[in-house]
Design a binder for this molecule. Structure first.
Ligand SMILES: [Fe+2]
Ligand SMILES: [Fe+2]
Length: 312
């Protein structure tokens, strides 16, 4: 086992494998079309409008201010299952492949990855919680619009890569013509590492922040996967490599493995929630917050107020 201080172990022989070795990749999504098909999806106009608003409004200033506001973690407190249930009424408008409630997507991803990687329980839990940041839609978390919660993510503060979907709408973003932000590196330096890069605001970064603040023991690959799973220009198109460092490249392999399950599990297979719940509840206890002391510090410390946290 590879021991990472305060983190769940990743098995040494657990090498991310090609999905063809286990998971059966379906050829079409729940609508009988290719996945991420932005040209013939029946929900095309909704999806396109969501991206138009995203590309116009996700300026560097908007991201910086919003991230600072949500970093206070002062919106609500709930358990993992309460958050999962809260998501049940939302449909992701940016996604051309799914119009089902989120709980089924979370469980389909987690169960598919569990089948192929039975010993990597951290990966099962990563799949279960990867989209929980979508609670940002809820009034308790500020009722953010779709363009500030879902959709592909990308860096702000440097040029928008051509691979970003619906790139044409960036022309209406004020940063597009700002010389400080519209060069290849913009405000960043070569190999600075994604941790130093400001990404468009959405559910990925938010869930990463919540997990970190709650003292999770999930390994670095899990946190990377949660934080960048919508960063399609990087993990699928291969863009922005010049901003990455060695650790990013190492974690990317796990993210790419995870992505196949995140994407292709969007099908009509229905998971019996009550049947699988005990397994995931045991994982939540084991991996998410094993240090009770941390909880006490959060409760009596000066930041106590109300802090989004994941309860045991
Ligand atoms: Fe997501
Ligand atoms: Fe997802």
């Amino acid at each position: 086992m590879i021991a990472v201080e305060n983190q769940a172990p990743v098995s040494e022989n657990a090498i991310p494998k090609d999905a063809s070795g286990g998971f059966v990749v379906p050829e079409s999504n729940a609508f009988g079309q290719s996945f991420r098909d932005y040209e013939s999806s029946v929900r095309l106009s909704i999806v396109e409008n969501c991206y138009r608003l995203n590309h116009i409004n996700q300026t560097y200033d908007f991201v910086k201010k919003t991230r600072e506001e949500y970093a206070k973690l002062n919106k609500a407190e709930m358990s993992i299952w309460e958050a999962i249930e809260l998501l049940d009424s939302f449909v992701d408008e940016s996604d051309p492949d799914i119009d089902e409630p989120q709980i089924q997507h979370l469980l389909q991803s987690a169960e598919a990855i569990r089948k192929d990687y039975p010993n990597e329980d951290w990966l099962h839990l990563t799949a279960l919680i990867h989209d929980l940041g979508k609670v940002l839609f809820h009034s308790k978390f500020g009722s953010l619009p779709q363009w500030a919660v879902t959709g592909d993510t990308y860096p702000v503060g440097c040029a928008y890569d051509e691979s970003i979907v619906y790139h044409k709408y960036f022309k209406e973003n004020p940063d597009y013509n700002n010389p400080a932000y519209n060069t290849k590196l913009g405000i960043y330096s070569e190999g600075c590492g994604l941790d130093n890069v400001l990404m468009t605001w959405g559910h990925d970064d938010y869930m990463y922040m919540v997990a970190k603040a709650n003292g999770t023991t999930l390994p670095s690959a899990a946190l990377f996967t949660i934080r960048y799973h919508s960063f399609y220009p990087m993990h699928t198109a291969g863009a922005y490599q010049y901003l990455m460092n060695e650790e990013d490249r190492k974690n990317l392999k796990w993210l790419q493995t995870f992505n196949k399950y995140d994407l292709y599990s969007k099908s009509s297979v229905h998971i019996d929630v009550e049947k699988v719940k005990p397994y995931y509840e045991s994982l939540i206890k084991k991996v998410l917050l094993p240090r009770k002391a941390q909880m006490v510090i959060l409760e009596v410390g000066r930041h106590t107020a109300l802090r989004e946290r994941i309860r045991l």
